[in-house]
Design a protein around this ligand. Structure first.
Ligand code: SAM
Length: 331
């Protein structure tokens, strides 16, 4: 029953984008004036549950809800509650989500009650003014309340920051001390050329090899084999006692160990974040009450999972490598 791709990689990790909508407009992620999918094109929560369940039956052990902003999808906790039965049965090892934290204070306790143990919160700066600038209209105070609520509910929080040249690079040491002081790991991410945005990605892009070299002037970083099932490579920071992760799709891709596929809120399956090829699962899902057709469509899609992506950011390449924004598939 396992899903094994043509390169021998077993697919055990599904990311499900439950909405392409978000209450922020991060400048490296979206244009200010975005056109979102009409609501009628979305899979219902029941369909998302059914499709996720088919993947779990086919060997998915870790499922991450993402977006857009997953916590702005109406009744999202209904889906989380439904999916939590797979934690209880032991079919699923982990149910988690990636969020911007804006709605977390409302949902943290219920997430914990549904068996969610760890969440990722995206946070690119600790400065309220810069936060508003990068998110275009986010409120840092609300996110901080969300992080407080998550920790109070017993959720383990990891922070994700996209490293942006001349925006937050100088602030990473402070973010690291702050995160580790509160018992949170921090992961830094290279910006990827996905979708048209208003800004110039060449100006924003910061190779993490440079960031690491500059952090090593302040901190002692030791590579460690710690893994969370995702693509980050971790170091231990001697001065703070915490972990720092590096996600380097540009300078060092991690495709050889890729174990995941991504489902959008319309039932489109992307086998690679950095390629356009996709498979429609909505039609076979709706064509029959049984799961045979959709199961076959999934097998066919996994059979064409590509070896890897070929993201490029440089002055000669003005077009994004893939036309869709990160908000379609989520992080
Ligand atoms: N709204 C949720 C959040 O903010 O975490 C989930 C979706 S968001 C698209 C997931 C992650 O992708 C966030 O950490 C965001 O910073 C990151 N992201 C968005 N666009 C990106 C890009 N072009 N390159 C790298 N990371 C990106």
């Amino acid at each position: 029953m396992n899903m094994i791709d043509p390169f021998g990689r077993t697919i055990t990790y599904l990311r499900v984008s439950v909405t392409d909508r978000c209450d922020f407009r991060c400048t490296y992620c979206m244009a200010e004036d975005m056109t979102f999918l009409p609501k009628r094109d979305l899979l219902s929560l029941e369909e998302l549950d059914r499709l996720s369940t088919v993947f779990i039956e086919k060997g998915v052990r870790k499922l991450r809800l993402t977006g857009g902003e997953p916590l702005v999808r109406k009744n999202i906790m209904h889906l989380v509650r439904q999916l939590s039965r797979h934690l209880e049965s032991g079919a699923l090892e982990e149910l988690t989500l990636t969020t911007n934290g804006s709605q977390l204070s409302r949902f943290a306790a219920e997430l914990a009650d549904c068996g969610v143990k760890r969440i990722n919160v995206s946070l690119d700066t600790l400065d309220a003014g810069k936060f508003r600038q990068i998110t275009r209209w986010g409120n840092l105070g609300k996110v901080m309340e969300g992080i407080d609520a998550a920790q109070a509910a017993g959720l383990k929080v990891k922070l994700n920051a996209v490293a942006l040249r001349d925006f937050n690079d100088a602030e990473i040491p402070e973010m690291l001390r702050w995160a580790h002081g509160r018992g949170m790991d921090l992961t830094v991410i290279e910006t990827m050329p996905m979708g048209e945005i208003d800004a110039d990605r060449t100006d924003q892009y910061l190779p993490l090899s440079l960031l690491r070299a500059s952090l090593e002037r302040h901190f002692t970083l030791t590579d460690i084999p710690y893994k969370t099932g995702g693509p980050a490579r971790y170091v231990q920071v001697a001065e703070t006692g915490g972990r720092l992760g590096f996600i380097t799709p540009m300078t060092h891709n991690f495709c050889e160990s890729c174990n995941r596929v991504r489902l959008t809120c319309t039932g489109t399956l992307y086998m690679c974040l950095g390629q356009e090829d996709a498979a429609d699962l909505r039609a076979p899902l709706r064509a029959s009450e049984g799961n045979e057709l959709v199961g076959e469509a999934i097998d066919e899609a996994i059979g064409r999972k590509p070896k890897g992506h070929d993201f490029i950011i440089d002055r000669r390449t003005s077009r994004p490598s893939v036309s869709r924004h990160m908000s379609v598939t989520g992080g």
